[in-house]
Design a protein around this ligand. Structure first.
Ligand SMILES: NC(=O)c1ccc[n+]([C@@H]2O[C@H](COP(=O)([O-])OP(=O)(O)OC[C@H]3O[C@@H](n4cnc5c(N)ncnc54)[C@H](OP(=O)(O)O)[C@@H]3O)[C@@H](O)[C@H]2O)c1
Length: 296
């Protein structure tokens, strides 16, 4: 029997990647559910949406993701990223449905000099990070069967993301200033989709407590935003697409309302050892997404 994955949200880049990648799995069907039927800012829509969908797994992929806007829109960020996740947990627990929840590197302050492991102390720098951390804690407190997957620097052929912005801006500019002193792990939402299915299937297959809890899940290998931009343009240039010269700048030269962690690197060994998931290296996935976008 096919397993139905209810995914929160409709047009988000992870949601669309899950829908796309599900076609590769014979026994998995994805049901994306978003506003108005499932509106995370309206807690009373959550239970009926889940009851109606009758899923085997819930993937909590929707979020208030406007990091800068969240600084002045705290109530909405917390309603969607925290309270709603707690409510998903409450319903999932009562119906005994496992939840795979997406979280973020922004739960950390970026002060560590090496890659973060799951047991490192959290200390979010802004509203978005604090609201996502609250969501993690509320889901855990709900008693639902769950795996929290913290990811970072997400890009895909869909939606709004750094890779698509770089290609668009390079259509009209020869030189681009890109921050070079923040380091992280670019992560393809298509790779996230494969990992989410593997984790979901593992939760369905086994009660092992080692499969539950918090896991880090990013593309393999580190990069600065400037490295990432250079790789995007190198790939695009080879395929005859737009490219630009990358001028490295500092975070101080590119001020934003929300502070970003300087070091966003996540150590993903636990995901590999417990769930058997190793994410591809970020360069090969970047190439894949650039190719997709240029051939569209
Ligand atoms: N993007 C990143 O770099 C990044 C990094 C770390 C972690 N994450 C986490 O990864 C997950 C997926 O991110 P993403 O990049 O796919 O996000 P995204 O492209 O910005 O999509 C956000 C999704 O949330 C949905 N949504 C927002 N408010 C909603 C509401 N009130 N009710 C129902 N749905 C609502 C949107 O709905 P519509 O379908 O109606 O647009 C959309 O589907 C999120 O949990 C995010 O926190 C992302």
């Amino acid at each position: 029997m096919a397993r139905r994955y209810l995914v929160t949200g409709q047009e988000g880049q992870v949601v669309r990647s899950l829908v796309e990648r599900a076609t590769r799995y014979q026994d998995i069907e994805v049901l994306p559910l978003g506003r108005p039927a499932l509106d995370l800012s309206q807690l009373d829509t959550i239970e009926s949406a889940i009851l109606g969908a009758k899923p085997h797994v819930i993937v909590s992929a929707a979020a208030y993701t406007a990091v800068d806007q969240a600084e002045t829109d705290e109530a909405a960020a917390f309603a969607i990223n925290a309270a709603a996740v707690g409510e998903i947990g409450r319903v999932a627990r009562s119906l005994r449905i496992p939840v795979v929840h997406l979280s973020t590197d922004y739960v950390f302050d970026g002060e560590k000099s090496s890659a973060y492991v799951e047991t490192d102390p959290v200390n979010p720098l802004g509203v978005y990070g604090r609201s996502k951390l609250d969501g993690e804690l509320l889901l855990a407190a709900s008693g639902a069967d769950h795996a929290i997957l913290r990811t970072a620097w997400v890009y895909s052929p869909y939606g709004k993301n750094f890779l698509r912005t770089m290609l668009r801006v390079a259509e009209t500019r020869d030189n681009l200033n890109v921050v070079a002193d923040q380091i992280g792990n670019p992560t393809s939402a298509l790779d996230i989709a494969d990992a989410v299915f593997k984790v979901g299937e593992n939760l369905l297959a086994s009660d092992d407590t080692r499969l539950r809890g918090v896991f880090h899940m990013t593309g393999s290998g580190d990069a600065s935003w400037a490295d990432f931009a250079s790789e995007i343009f190198a790939a695009s240039n080879k395929m005859g697409g737009p490219s630009a010269n990358v001028q490295p700048i500092t975070t101080a030269e590119y001020p934003t309302p929300a502070k970003r962690p300087q070091n966003s690197r996540l150590n993903c060994s636990k995901l590999a050892s417990e769930h058997g998931v190793s994410m591809p290296d970020w360069q090969s996935s970047t190439l894949e997404v650039v190719r997709r976008l240029l051939s569209a």
